[in-house]
Design a protein around this ligand. Structure first.
Ligand SMILES: O=C1O[C@H](COP(=O)(O)O)[C@@H](O)[C@H](O)[C@H]1O
Length: 249
């Protein structure tokens, strides 16, 4: 495994707005996937040791596939782990764009299939019509989280919190009241459902899993610019813990 560097850095030169970020940089995606899986598994074991259960929220999309497969191979008491996607697309669970499908195909394999999956998507026509039962179940069974692994789109979105988010007052507030939000975005081809930052920020371990030079430039731009309205900036500026960046080209 090659790791280029690991350090705690402040990713801005614009004072007074230092944004702490602990960086784990790799030159290969496979090395990143196994290192991140080991780190997340250690956090989950710690949570199970402390309180008998662990709650994990993971991102969807294309980036986390190798990491989720590596995580499924980690030895831990999976029967005491609850997994919730940080967001999902409002499509059938067998649809190629379903984040729930990604989780079932990758993480929920072998011993890890004993974990409890808490899907965000329901067999209802719209995310708005299912919001109350989903929100209630997330609040009761998934929060507070122990570990969150957030991806990021090239437009700076995290989970399904897009730059054109209408309800920034709910989705991006560090201590908002609603843990779940229904999403309609011009950037997304389908309706979505997502955890809000107030739900994400309940976790004492927050990882950013970001791959590629373009996404890194977006991240660093958002970290440098205090006026940035990108959702990733709200993560960096609002997180109550130091986010850990796992990055590879
Ligand atoms: O739509 C989504 O996008 C982001 C980033 O996805 P990627 O394909 O660029 O890795 C992801 O984190 C989120 O969970 C997903 O629903």
């Amino acid at each position: 495994m090659k790791m280029l560097a690991e350090s705690v850095q402040r990713l801005t030169v614009l004072k007074p707005d230092p944004l702490p970020l602990r960086e784990h940089l790799f030159d290969e995606r496979a090395a990143l996937a196994s290192a991140l899986a080991r780190a997340v598994a250690a956090d989950l074991r710690g949570a199970i040791a402390r309180r008998g259960k662990a709650r994990l929220a993971v991102s969807g999309g294309s980036t986390p596939r190798a990491f989720l497969i590596e995580l499924s191979k980690q030895t831990l008491d999976w029967a005491h782990v609850t997994v919730v996607p940080v967001d999902d697309r409002w499509v059938a669970p067998d649809h190629p764009r379903s984040n729930e499908r990604l989780l079932r195909e990758t993480l929920f394999q072998g011993a890890a299939a004993q974990a409890q999956l808490l899907p965000l998507r329901r067999p209802a026509p719209t995310p708005e019509s299912a919001l109350l039962p989903v929100l209630t179940q997330v609040a009761n069974e998934a929060l507070p989280l122990d570990v969150v692994v957030l991806g990021m789109g090239e437009d700076g979105h995290v989970a399904s919190l897009f730059p054109d988010l209408a309800r920034r007052d709910i989705g991006l507030q560090p201590s908002g009241r609603a843990p779940v939000l229904a999403i309609r975005s011009a950037a997304a081809p389908e309706p979505r459902i997502t955890l809000t930052l107030s739900a994400i920020f309940t976790a004492p371990s927050l990882y950013l899993h970001i791959e590629g030079a373009k996404k890194r430039a977006v991240l660093e731009g958002a970290a440098r610019d205090p006026r940035s309205l990108l959702p990733i900036r709200s993560v960096l500026s609002g997180a109550p813990v130091t986010p850990q960046l796992y990055w590879s080209p």
